[in-house]
Design a binder for this molecule. Sequence first.
Ligand code: GDP
Length: 410
Amino acid sequence: MAAPKELFDVRNIGIMAHIDAGKTTTTERILYYTGRSYKIGEVHEGTAVMDWMEQEQERGITITSAATTCYWKDKKINIIDTPGHVDFTVEVERCLRVLDGVIAVFCAVGGVEPQSETVWRQADKYAIPRVAFVNKMDRVGADFSKCLNMITERLGANPVAIQIPVGKEAEFRGVIDLIEGKMLLFGEQSLGQEVEVVEVPGEYIERFTAARMMLLEKLADFDEEIMEKYLDDTTVSAPEIYSALRKATLALEVVPVLCGSAFKNKGVQPLLDSVVRYLPSPLDVKEIEGVGKNGEPVTRKTDPEDSFVGLVFKLMSDTFVENLAFMRVYSGRIGVGDKVFNPVKKKQEKIGKLLKLHANKREEVDEILAGDIGAIVGLKFTTTGDTLCRKGDHIILESMDFPDPVIGVA
Ligand code: GDP
C-alpha cells in the first residue's frame, strides 16, 4: 500500500553544535520563522498565529521540550532536543536513533571545534544525513571558506557550498544562492523582515560563477546526468540540482553548507528550505530493527498499516504537571484510548491523551502515525527507552546493541 503523503512531509531533525556556536539562537529563530509562517490555529483549532513576545514570555515551557513540532512550507518539522553537552550516555544514542537528519551549526570564526567534531562523528556512526549552517557570519574574523576547508580536513566530509556570503563581518548582509542564481538580502536586524531576492550584481558575477561551477563539479561526481550536462556545457536547472543534491545528501556523499547569522536574523529561512529539501523524510529511512520474544531480529516498516511500534525516548513533566512520554512511532499508528503493550516492563498501558508540542502551545491529537513524534499522557509503567507495541506483539527496540563509543572529546 502506498504510504500516505503526510509521511513524505515530515522531517525529524536534531540541531548539533559546539557549545556557543549558536544552537539555541538558531533553534529560537527557527521557531520564530516557522511560527510566523504557519498558523496552527487555522488548520486545527481556530486560534491565532503565535506571537513572538508571547512566545518569549513562555519560553522555557515547551521551547525546551524534548520534541517541538513546527511547520515550514507545509512540511512538519519535529525538532528533537539533543543533549547540549557531549557525552556518551545512552540518552545521546537514543536521540540519534529518533532523528533522521541533523543541522550542524558551526561558528564562522571558530570553524570546526572539538565538540563539533565529536557530534559529527556520532552522526557519522548512525549514518545521519546533515546540512551545515556556518553561523556568526557577522563576527570579526568570520571566514566561510576556512570553515568549508575545516569541514573537509578535520571531519573528512564533503561539504558543498550552496551559498556564498555577501559582505563581511559587520557588513554581512546576505548570500548568493548558487542554485537559483539570485542574491538574498536579509535586511537589517529586525526579526520580522522578509528576505529580499534580487539579481546577482555585476561585481559578484565572477565569484558566483566560480562557486556554482564548483557545486556542479561536486555533484557531477555522483550524478551522471549532471556530469553529462556539465561536460556538454548545457545549463543545469535548479530542480535538477535540488534533486541531485538531495540524493547525494541522503547517501551521505555530500553535506550542503549554508551561512548566516542567527543572532542578526540572517539566513535562517534558507536554512529551513534546505532542511525540507535535503534532509530525509521517515520514508527515506530504512526499516527499524528490534528484537523479538526469543531474541530473534525483527523488522518493521515505516508504514501506518504495519503493526504499531514506538520508542519512548524521553519522559518530562510540563508546567501543567502532566507526565509526558515522548515517543517516536516507527510503524503503525497509535490512537487515544488504545491499549498497548510494554514488552520491557511486561505491562499493558492505556493511551490517555496524545499531544504535539509546538513552540508555545500544546495540541491534542487523535492519533500519531508511523514516522512522527509526539507525547503520550497517562502512562503508568513506562520509562525512558521502553518500547511500546500492539497487544499480543513483542518487539524491543532498545535492547539492540549500540556500537561502542569510540570517539573521545578532543
Ligand atoms: P549554544 O551554546 O550553541 O546554544 O549557543 P547560543 O545560541 O547560546 O549562542 C552563544 C552566544 O553567541 C550567545 O551570546 C548568542 O547571542 C551569540 N550568538 C549566537 N548566534 C550569533 C550570531 O549569529 N552572531 C553573533 N555575533 N553572536 C551570536
